[in-house]
Design a protein around this ligand. Structure first.
Ligand code: ACM
Length: 552
């Protein structure tokens, strides 16, 4: 062997990333080997299935229909063992989201133990084909080929999420579905829908119609145009909200993409829009209340010492819970000022009679009661980390609530505290060390929040589970989430510009084993994916794709 061939041989054998470089697949799979060559999909493709249940059969049919629509390939179902695509149930694959995908010169074999596993195998097939397939755009003129490969794949974390704040600005169901489609392509499985906040109540509640007739309108709005920048509109914003039929429609669509919707209704703070509609449940029923216009945190919180006010929040949850088939229900709990409670006689009375040490304990007590109510509704409570990290928070009550703790600030301290209490935790860190708050500016030319130094490499390289976390606690680190706040983001294109491709980086953090992640390789794949993003009509941030490092 001369030196050139020896080097080539060493490169192919020793460097799995280099060897698989022609494979375009994000998130990068847990295990994959490739051989030279491709399998060309025939114009008449036969599918044989074995051992599948009804849901799995539905998944195969959906895949076949989509593939046929985008490529013009004709599909026929067959009993023959010589079919081009064989889809098998394999109960030995323990992770329901996992799958095996083998592509040889003879054809394709897919195996999974659930419809979700099959769905992810099919997403991998779509992703490795030309970009029009993922984009859903028909093109019958191309050759559709797949790299010869053997993939055994499953996610690192059970929860791979995206949160969108629709209170500060509203996004219609078409844009929500567009983001859901993107999430599914990158194997994300939870959409955290931040439905209410100080600046607007965005979901219909039939028992309390003023929540939307009053709470879904504010008197002015800070909007941003991606070209002209930010400006006050000087006009009322709203009423913008989702009807319960809209919610059902989005939830069903998400379900077809194997995405669980996690609703969030903030309580007992970030509730100014609701207090403007129903001031009788605030700490100052005769005072002035308004849907908040600026950013920041309103002190207009629920009067947690008023049983009627607590019942008001329970009624809202009772009405909403059946619309969401998933078990998690997020009730916020971040940034809750206690000043209104400190000046309210009913709150002062509980503080004294129960010998509380801090007014924040009123929040712990309220959260425990709401968790019990959600439990009766078949739900499990989720909260922001302040529920356990705020000064005076009663961890024992939150532990008794079996809350899922979403950690943002202080993220890792909060996560460790949650894990030590035996509570599951989601990592969505805010801060300069690798921000998962993907609404923040990447450079000084961007509009919106942040200092323009939110660097994609730092974010990508962020370790959701630091090496210092004891092994016994690692199982509580349940997942990762990209979080998107909309105080400064009012337009679809601005949302996509800031979120993409950071969201894909978080998808990869959620799916790919730590040792298989590589920033350079990720950026290469994102460069390839710009063809898909353009075809499907998504904006993305060019600085992140043509990465040259953070601004000084
Ligand atoms: C948050 O960013 N206030 C959860």
């Amino acid at each position: 062997m001369n030196r050139f061939y020896a080097l080539l041989f060493a490169l192919c054998i020793l460097c799995p990333l280099a060897k698989s470089q022609s494979v375009n697949l994000t998130p990068w799979p847990a295990q994959m080997s490739t051989s030279p060559g491709t399998f060309i999909l025939p114009h008449n493709l036969s599918i044989q299935t074995s051992g599948l249940d009804a849901d799995e059969q539905t998944e195969v049919r959906r895949f076949a229909d989509e593939l046929s629509h985008t490529t013009g390939i004709r599909i026929k179902y067959s009993r023959s063992k010589r079919a081009t695509l064989k889809v098998n149930a394999d109960p030995t694959l323990k992770d329901a989201e996992g799958y095996r995908l083998t592509i040889t010169k003879k054809g394709i074999v897919v195996a999974a133990s659930s419809a979700t596993g099959l769905f992810y195998a099919f997403q991998s097939i779509y992703k490795m084909l030309p970009p029009n397939v993922c984009a859903g755009v028909r093109d019958t003129s191309q050759t559709y080929e797949l790299p010869l490969s053997d993939i055994t794949d499953r996610p690192r974390f059970a929860y791979r999420g995206f949160m969108l704040d629709v209170s500060r600005h509203f996004f219609d169901t078409a844009e929500i579905k567009k983001m859901l489609r993107l999430m599914a392509h990158y194997k994300m499985n939870h959409f955290h829908w931040h439905l209410t906040d100080d600046q607007g109540w965005r979901v219909e509640i039939k028992k309390y119609p003023k929540l939307t007739s009053i709470g879904a309108v504010r008197s002015n709005s800070w909007n941003t145009d991606l070209v002209k920048g930010s400006y006050w509109t000087g006009k009322p914003y709203g009423p913008y909200f989702y009807t319960q039929d809209d919610i059902r429609d989005v939830v069903a669509y998400a379900d077809s993409l194997h995405i669980t919707v996690v609703p969030e209704v903030e309580m007992p703070g970030h509730l100014a829009a609701a207090m403007a509609a129903y001031p009788e449940y605030s700490c100052a029923p005769d005072g002035e209340h308004r849907v908040w216009v600026d950013g920041g945190i309103s002190t207009d919180v629920l009067n947690v010492a008023n049983p009627a006010a607590v019942q008001f929040t329970k009624d809202i949850l009772t009405e909403l819970a059946p619309l969401f088939p998933g078990t998690l229900f997020h009730v916020g709990g971040d940034e809750t000022p206690t000043t209104a409670w400190e000046h309210n006689t009913a709150c002062q009375a509980i503080y004294a009679s129960e010998n509380l040490q801090a007014y924040s304990q009123l929040q712990s007590r309220f959260t425990r009661e709401i968790a019990a109510h959600l439990h009766l509704l078949g739900k499990r409570i989720a909260v922001w980390n302040e529920a356990i990290t705020a000064r005076g928070a009663d961890i024992a009550l939150i532990k008794a609530s079996e809350a899922m703790v979403f950690c943002w600030n202080p993220c890792q301290k909060g996560a460790l505290k949650a894990a030590e209490a035996g509570l599951k935790t989601i990592i969505t860190n805010w801060g300069t060390d690798g921000c998962y708050y993907i609404n923040r500016r990447a450079n000084s030319k961007d509009f919106g929040a942040g200092r323009g130094i939110d660097d994609i490499k730092k974010m990508y390289d962020y370790q959701p589970v630091p090496a210092t976390v004891p092994e016994s606690l690692q199982r509580y680190y349940y997942g990762v989430q990209g979080t998107f706040w909309c105080e400064h983001v009012s337009e679809n294109e601005h949302l996509e510009h800031l979120a993409l491709p950071r969201l894909m980086g978080i998808a990869e953090a959620g799916w790919t084993p730590q040792e298989r992640r590589s920033f350079t390789h990720f950026i290469e794949r994102m460069k390839t994916d710009t063809a898909f993003l353009r075809l499907a009509g998504y904006r993305y941030h060019p600085q992140f794709i043509d990465y040259e490092g953070a601004e000084p």
